[in-house]
Structures are given as C-alpha cells and as structure tokens.
Design a binder for this molecule. Structure first.
Ligand code: BG6
Length: 488
C-alpha cells in the first residue's frame, strides 16, 4: 500500500462499537492487505489488563462478530500490531502513560468510540501531554449532540484543539457500498444524470425499515427517538446524495459543499405545517417474523409514559430549481416487518396512453435502489407481452430490469461500512465524513420538527410491531394519490 503508516488509537476499545464493528473491520482490512505494514493499533480503555489478555479478547470478539473462521496468517499479522493502554479518560494525569505508547513522528488517528460527553476530556488529555500536532486526525462517532445547541458545544470542544480538516465525523451510512453507489449511478450514467429533476421525477421515497426494537438500549433511545437516531443523520445523508448537484470532483469539500446546499434548501417544518407533513409513531406489541414482541412501553426499563417516537414519516420538500414540486417522502421505524433500506425514484407518467384499456394510465417507471439487504438496482419498465392476438392489440406488462449485487458481483466481498470508513481515515480522505456545517444544518431542520411535535399535545400514533407504521403514514401519501413502495 502506498499510504503512510499510523498509530490508530481506539479510545473506548472495550465498548460495543469497537468490539462488534471496529476491530472486526480492521481485521478484514488486514485480510485484504490494506493496512500499512507498520501501522499500529492501540486500544485504550479504563480497565487495567495485560496486553496478552487484550489480544485474546480481541481475537474472541473477531470470531464472535465477524461470523467467519479466523485465518491464522491474517491473525498473526494483525495481533502483532495490537497494543493496549489503560487510561482513565477523564483523568488528565493518566495520559502520560498513553504518550509512551505512541510515536510522535508518525500520523496518529484517534478514534473516539466513547460517549460524546467525554470527547472534550480526551482532547484536553491529548493536549495536556503535548501530542497534538497538525498530523493528528480525530474520528467522532454519533450522536454529535442532542440538538443544534448541544452539537455546537461538542464541536467547539473538539475545535479548540483540532482544525476541521483533522476531524472525521462518522455517519456509517456513508460507508455503505450501496450508498456510495448512488454517486456512481447518478453521475456515471447519462440516462440518470439527464433525467434527474422536476421535469422527469414525480417524487422520491427513502425508507429505512428495521425489524429490531430497542435491543437493551432504552436509556439511550428514549432520549433520542427515531428522529435523532436515524433521520438527523442517516436519512438526511441519503437524501443529500440523491438530491445534490453534481460536485465538480470527488474531493471532500466538493461533495460536502453540494450536500450542504441541499440541507439548506429543505423547506422548514414547524408548527404551521407539521401536522400535514409528518407522522410519528410508537410500536405496540405484535409479531415480527413470527415472534411475539413487546410494545415500546413494555420493553425492559421502559418509562411507561414515554412519548418517544420509534417511527417517523416525513414529506420533505427541497426548495430549489431542480426539485421544485418534487416531494421526498422519508420513512423509518423500529419493529417493522423486515429490515430493508431503499431509495425509490418515481418518474413522471407518460402523458398519453395509446395502448388501450388494460392500463387506464400507464404506470410510472420506478428506479429502486436497494441499499440493504439484497443490494441491487431495479428499474420497472412497460414491456410488450410477446405473442400474437386476434384483435391485433398490444398487451403490455410491467417488467423489471434487475441488477442484483449478489449475482453480478458474486465473487466480491461486500465490505462493512466501517471497513471503508476506517480505510478512508487512514488514507486521510474526508469525503465520506460529515462536515460541521452539515451536522448543524441537519440539526436546525430536525430541531424545528421536534419543537413542533413538543408544542402540539398530540402523542405519537400507535402501530403494531410487525407492521409498516401507523395508518396515518399511508395517508401522508394517499392524499396526494401516491402510495409507499412495497418491498418484496
Ligand atoms: C444506528 C442507530 O446509527 O444505525 C441504530 O443508532 C440503528 O438504532 C442502526 O439500528 C442501523 O444501522 P444499519 O447499518 O443496521 O442499517
């Protein structure tokens, strides 16, 4: 590999994210020989433990969470990179020991896989032991704040020690292959590039459905809700990539400038239009994939009075030239029938039907971009049913042009989002990371909706676990003669 070696430091290496995602992803990068031979991986956590125990634990977690047998040759190489330091991240004195484990002449990547509440402490600790210079990169996990104000506080704390070009804010959706493919589809294909606006597109749907519930995270989730957990970050990032103007190049600021413009053009939703443009729901007990599951208010540790939303549907409008009059319907929820994320582009109908009655009006073409699972791209087209008829009429049928990733790229390993993002950080490329102004603009839009919900006395609409959300979310489209795309 051509890039420089680094000291990759995982603050919070004992946490869920590190164990489930970061270390298994680094192991996959090792397997693909994408980590520089001299790069070191240094785990940092509060527990005191020997390096030997740490290495054993990392191995066990890789086996557990990567779901594959370990390759001994890869593991050998990988384990030799590992180091462990016990640091009480809130105690400024404890960073001196840490300093002895890193080499100040190399690039240092600090991945803060800790609660955001201690980002400031970690930055101060690093500063206190004098190891911050221009070459240090810092990676921040979400949630960056709870609203605009608190996100500014966190961003300010980090900005005291790091320039924006050193800060890598993670939205793991930006590391997903199929999300990146939105850029390729749009800008490497003239059939899409030239038909991507209000002249050709009727509306866009973005659905991110999850079948899981709260998974023991009630404390975190109840404070956040689906709006902060999913819409503020993942859905708005997808929307920006679908709607942005062509960036001049693929470099970080070209892309991020264009995404920011989309976020700025989102029509505000506030008390005056919230009832017409949003639906929030909360699941009650039901069956998901044949298993009976409790309602949100019956989950372990639940506050039975909670009005936190577990489902959100929004009609978003982008007030700019390209998208005037084209609604973007967003929908995301927990405890839905299945896990599926899709972007569906509904093209405009043909103005005139010359094919007779079998279709009163011809159905619109749809471009379905399935982000996960069964990754793929599908276009629905009208096609003549082959054969002769005595009347000479032409029978049409809806058919699909189908690109399935698992068939087309059967031999390729589809990397986990974190593999891509960790690699990009080590390469020093910020394109797939969220810039401060994007985060803040997204909060501005979301805060206004949350505020409008708060000030209305309406509780969230109940929906049964295992369904596609409250019936009102069907109404959101039905009153405009549209309906949600039904996934397979
Ligand atoms: C996380 C949210 O950011 O994304 C979780 O905090 C959610 O609540 C998860 O389940 C979904 O990610 P993915 O990659 O499984 O679609």
């Amino acid at each position: 590999t051509s890039y420089e070696p680094c000291d990759l430091v995982l603050f919070g290496t004992q946490g869920d994210l590190s164990r489930r995602k970061l270390l298994p992803s680094l192991y996959q990068l090792e397997k693909a020989e994408l980590i520089h031979a001299d790069t070191k991986i240094i785990g940092v956590a509060r527990q005191s433990m020997t390096l030997e125990d740490y290495v054993d634990e990392v191995r066990a977690n890789i086996i557990k969470f990567s779901g594959e047998e370990i390759c001994e040759k890869t593991w050998q190489q990988f384990s030799e990179r590992l180091d462990y330091v016990c640091v009480d991240m809130k105690d400024m004195n404890s960073y001196q020991t840490f300093k002895e484990h890193v080499d100040p002449s190399r690039i240092m990547v600090c991945y803060l896989a800790t609660p955001p509440a201690i980002y400031g402490d970690i930055c101060r600790g690093l500063n206190g032991c004098n190891i911050i210079d221009e070459s240090v990169r810092v990676v921040l996990e979400k949630p960056i704040g709870h609203d605009l104000e608190s996100s500014k506080v966190i961003n300010d704390q980090v900005a005291e020690f790091f320039e924006e070009r050193q800060i890598y804010r993670i939205d793991h959706y930006l590391g997903k292959e199929t999300v990146l493919n939105l850029i390729a589809l749009r800008f490497a294909n003239s059939i899409f590039a030239t038909n991507w606006d209000h002249n050709c597109i009727d509306h866009v749907q973005i659905s991110v459905a999850e079948s899981v519930g709260i998974e023991g995270r009630w404390g975190y989730f109840d404070d956040a809700g689906q709006m902060r957990d999913m819409v503020q970050n993942h859905l708005l990032q997808i929307l920006s990539l679908v709607a942005m103007e062509p960036p001049t190049t693929l470099d970080a600021d070209s892309i991020r400038d264009e995404k920011l413009k989309v976020l700025k053009a989102l029509r505000p939703i506030n008390a005056s239009n919230v009832a017409d443009t949003t639906v929030r729901g909360q699941y009650t007990s039901g069956f998901v994939k044949g298993n009976e599951v409790p309602g949100y208010l019956e989950e372990d540790d639940a506050n039975t009075q909670s009005q936190t939303e577990t489902f959100v549907a929004i009609k978003a409008e982008i007030d700019n030239w390209r998208w005037a009059g084209v609604p973007f319907y967003l929908r995301t929820g927990k405890r839905m029938p299945t896990k599926v994320s899709e972007v569906v582009i509904y093209f405009k109908r043909q103005p005139h039907n010359m094919f007779g009655d079998s279709f009163k009006s011809l159905p619109p073409n749809k471009l379905v971009i399935r982000l996960q699972p069964d990754e793929g791209v599908e276009i629905t087209v009208m096609n003549k049913v082959p054969g002769l008829t005595s009347s000479g009429s032409m029978d049409l049928q809806k058919s699909k042009l189908n690109l399935s990733f698992s068939e087309a790229f059967a031999d390729e390993h589809i990397p986990d989002a974190y593999e891509k993002l960790l690699l990009e950080v080590m390469l020093g490329n910020q394109a797939l990371f969220v810039r401060r102004d994007e985060v803040e603009q997204a909060w501005r839009w979301v805060d206004s909706i949350l505020e409008a919900w708060r000030s209305s006395s309406e509780p969230p609409e109940p929906y049964q676990a295992g369904t596609w959300g409250p019936v009102y979310s069907i109404g959101l489209l039905a009153r405009e003669n549209r309906s949600w795309y039904e996934s397979k």
